[in-house]
Structure formats: structure tokens, C-alpha cells
Design a protein around this ligand. Structure first.
Ligand code: NDP
Length: 434
């Protein structure tokens, strides 16, 4: 707090985290004896750099680049790169902090990091995106590598951007397939990585429902976003028998009573890189709500899957979600619910699934991509997807059982935070990083 008075998102992430692990800290004196919390809240390294690039008119532009190497107790720093005009040090640090515990929950050997830039990819030509990515990597390559720090995609960074970043890394350093994940398949990306976060989110919810002798079949689902996470969450809930009726972008949202047409969504967003308003122009059953959030919608649904961005659900929208009848809220985006919104959900009996557990499928498959790259062998879609399903089941069971062990049965926030933290703290102590 003293050091970062203006880093609102980072403080929010820490404020959510610290009270939830109190019971563990009380029972484990080694945490305080070794000042683990103080150490953990300081990123190991904060890298900030200038990214100059030339636009199509030949004019020089400049943006700020970041890489936060937050914690390496469990392995090389791992976490996505975000390209969005809102990116600043606070957002990078909140994402890096969350990533540490999320990666721990996967049970795989990866530390936590995050990076990105306040560059806005919207409306930029392929050439401009390429020149930006090349300039960004010119600096970033100093700090990353397959055994030190392995970036991936996040908002605004998909296969195209990872391809340009990878090409530039190779030019300056050497061919090293494990330096970035989320790569296109033609350059040793993993099958099922594109789908992983959204699919993983649906698997997490399916496991939760199983505990109540229920399933996704027949459920009505509200989803926000129309990017990577949202698209594949919608695809998987449909495969599991539910119907997703909404999606959105930063200009508005779609309500389609008949269920979102995933093929049309992909054509608009992935192929044409268009806006979601086009969906309503093409599908008569869909209504478009301009400049509104999905979470203002007043229609009944059973499950809410926020998959766009941080703080998209506040106290007011949380109440609307409850009035709409939602019994489960599972976070596909990182920290989409404010602290007050989470409180509203928990006080009203909503089963709340926090991001660091529910959206860990993406980074888990990124770690599987690293394993394939080390082996120099690609795995089948079924093999990767099967492992993802098992990892999500394990994460759910770990969160559920940890919450119960520490006297908070049903509270998956406490379960996720304690389970993720305990593994990192142990690894720090074992290595003498105290
Ligand atoms: P994409 O860039 O593919 O999609 C982001 C979506 O969210 C777009 O529809 C975008 O709309 C919308 N969005 C972004 N910012 C805002 C905003 N300020 N207000 C309203 N809508 C917004 O990103 P991803 O799908 O990859 O990421 C979505 C979330 O999931 C992020 O929180 C990310 O950190 C998290 N996540 C992603 C993982 C992954 O594997 N990709 C893994 C784990 C978490 P528009 O096009 O108008 O900007």
C-alpha cells in the first residue's frame, strides 16, 4: 500500500488475496517467520521499456512496454502479453500477481509473470502490428527464453501477434520453439491451446455442477466478451448441452435467444476482425444493445461467465445477475468482478468460481505446449484436451477440498488462494529465498 498508492488494480488483487489466506497463515508460523507475504508481494523484477514503431504513413509512434517477472519459485516466469490502451504498471502487476497462484494451481512447473503494452491494436494494419511486435521483441528478447520467461497471448495478442514476436526473437537470438506459447500450429503451437481457456472454464463449471448431481445440459448461460476466451467457452458449453445467449465487445452486447451461433461469431471476430454489432445484422433472432454491458441485461439465465476484462461486474450488476436467477458465476476473464461484487455473490448463495482457478486452462495448456516443444513432438488434440480436462478437474477438487480443510466449505476463493499460495510459499522456503 505504502509503495504503490496509485496502483488501484494491483491493490485490489492483493486486498482480495490477503484476508482469504489468513487462516492458513495463522496455522503455518513459517510464513510469518520467513516474511513470505512481504517477499511475495514484491515482484522479483519490473521491466519497463520504450517501444518505438513506424505507422503506415512513415510517422514514428511510441508506446510503453512492460514485463513483470513476478515469482519464479515454481519455474520460469509464465504469463501472457496484453496489448490494450488501458495497460499500465498497476494492471500488469495485478495480472502478474494473480498469475503466480493460478500457475501454482495447475500443478505444473511454471512461475508467474505478465507483460504487454498500451499499444492499441484496433484499426491497425498488419504491417503496423508487425512493426510494433518486432520493436517490442527487440527489447523483450533480453529477458526471456525457454527456461527463464515464456510469454503467451492475452487481450489483443493472438496467433498473428505471437507469430511476429516469435519471428523477431528468432532473428535476434536463435530458433527456440519454447520461448513463446500460443504459437500458430505451423510453428509448433499446441493443438487445443486456442480453445484451452474457454474449454477449461466450461470443464471447471461442469465439475462444480457434478458435485450437485447436475450438469451443464439444459442450462442457459450469459457470456461477456467475444474474444478468445468467450468464443471457446461458448463453443464448449454448447457441446456440453447448454445454450449461451449473449456475447459482447467494448461497444455493446448481443442477446440471441436461439443461442449464439459460434461459426458466425468466429467469422466476424477471428476472420474479419470485425465488431460484434455485425452479428445482429446477420442473425435475425439477435438483438444488439449499443454501449451497454451484458451485465445490464434483464433476462433469466442460470450461469454467468464474464470473459471480457477486469472489473466488468460491479455491485449493481452483481445484483442484476442474481435477480436474473444465476446460481453460478465463473470468471473466464481475470478479476472481472470487483471486491464488492464478489461479496454480493457470496452473501446471496451464488457459487462463485474465481479466475485464478476457473481460467487456468489456458496457461496449463501453454505449459503442455512447452513440454511438446522440449520433446520436439506434437501431441494430438485429444491428448491435450484430455489432459486439460483432468487438470481442470484436479484444480476444482483442490480448491473445494482446501476450502473445506480450512473451515470454509463452499468458498472457492479461499480454496484457490490457499492452495495456490501454499505451494509457492513452500517452494520459496525450500530454496532459501527468504
Ligand atoms: P481477446 O482480446 O481475445 O478478447 C477480449 C474481449 O473482451 C473482446 O471481446 C474485447 O472487446 C473485450 N474487452 C476487452 N477490454 C474491454 C473493455 N475494457 N470493456 C469491454 N470489453 C472489453 O482477449 P482474451 O479473450 O484472450 O482475454 C479475455 C480475458 O480473459 C482477459 O481478462 C484475459 O486476461 C483473460 N484470460 C485470457 C487467457 C487466454 O488464454 N487468452 C487466459 C486466462 C485469462 P473489444 O474487441 O471491443 O476490445
Amino acid at each position: 500500500q505504502r509503495e504503490n498508492p496509485y496502483q488501484a488494480e494491483y491493490l485490489q488483487a492483493v486486498d482480495e488475496f490477503l484476508p482469504s489466506i489468513e487462516v492458513y497463515v495463522e496455522q503455518n508460523p513459517q510464513i510469518e517467520e520467513n516474511s513470505i507475504l512481504e517477499l511475495l508481494m514484491q515482484a522479483e523484477r519490473v521491466i519497463k521499456f520504450r517501444v518505438p514503431w513506424q505507422d503506415d504513413q512513415g510517422k514514428w509512434q511510441v508506446n510503453r512496454g512492460y514485463r513483470i517477472q513476478f515469482n519464479s519459485a515454481l519455474g520460469p516466469y509464465k504469463g501472457g502479453l496484453r496489448l490494450h490502451p488501458t495497460v499500465n504498471e498497476s494492471i500488469m502487476k495485478f495480472l502478474g500477481f494473480e498469475q503466480v497462484f493460478k500457475n501454482s494451481l495447475t500443478g505444473l512447473p511454471i512461475g508467474g509473470g505478465k507483460g504487454g503494452s498500451n499499444f492499441d491494436p484496433k484499426g491497425k494494419s498488419d504491417g503496423e502490428i508487425m512493426r510494433f511486435c518486432q520493436s517490442f521483441m527487440l527489447e523483450l528478447q533480453n529477458y526471456i527464453g525457454p527456461d527463464t520467461d515464456v510469454p503467451a497471448g492475452d487481450i489483443g495478442v493472438g496467433g498473428r501477434e505471437i507469430g511476429y514476436l516469435f519471428g523477431q526473437y528468432k532473428r535476434i537470438q536463435q530458433y527456440s520453439s519454447g520461448t513463446l506459447t500460443g504459437k500458430p500450429l505451423g510453428i509448433w503451437g499446441s493443438l487445443a491451446r486456442t480453445e484451452a481457456t474457454g474449454y477449461g472454464l466450461a470443464y471447471f463449471v461442469q465439475n462444480l455442477l457434478k458435485d450437485y448431481q447436475d450438469s451443464l445440459a439444459g442450462k442457459k448461460v450469459a457470456v461477456s466478451g467475444s474474444g478468445n476466451v468467450a468464443t471457446y467457452a461458448i463453443e464448449k458449453v454448447h457441446q456440453l448441452g447448454a445454450v449461451a445467449v449473449t456475447c459482447s465487445d467494448s461497444n455493446g452486447f448481443i442477446y440471441d435467444e436461439q443461442g449464439i451461433d459460434v461459426a458466425l461469431l468466429k467469422e466476424i471476430k477471428e476472420v474479419k476482425r470485425g465488431r460484434i454489432s455485425e452479428y445482429a445484422e446477420r442473425k435475425p433472432s439477435a438483438k444488439y444493445f449499443s454501449n451497454e454491458s451484458v451485465w445490464t441485461l434483464k433476462e433469466s439465465y442460470d450461469i454467468a461467465l464474464p470473459c471480457a476484462t477486469q472489473n466488468e461486474i460491479n455491485e449493481v450488476s452483481a445484483k442484476i445477475i442474481i435477480e436474473n436467477g444465476a446460481k453460478i458465476v465463473a470468471e473466464g476473464a481475470n478479476m472481472p468482478s470487483t471486491l464488492k461484487a464478489v461479496k454480493v455473490f457470496q452473501e446471496n448463495g451464488v457459487l462463485f468460481c474465481p479466475a485464478k482457478a476457473a481460467n487456468a486452462g489456458g496457461v496449463a495448456v501453454s505449459a503442455l505446449e512447452m513440454a511438446q516443444n522440449s520433446q520436439r513432438l506434437p501431441w494430438t488434440f485429444e491428448k491435450v484436451d484430455g489432459k486439460l480436462e483432468k487438470i481442470m478437474e484436479d484444480i476444482y477438487v483442490t480448491c473445494r477440498d482446501t476450502a473445506k480443510t480450512y473451515g470454509h466449505a463452499g468458498n472457492l476463493v479461499i480454496g484457490a488462494n490457499i492452495a495456490g499460495f501454499a505451494r509457492v510459499a513452500d517452494a520459496m522456503i525450500i530454496q532459501g529465498l527468504v
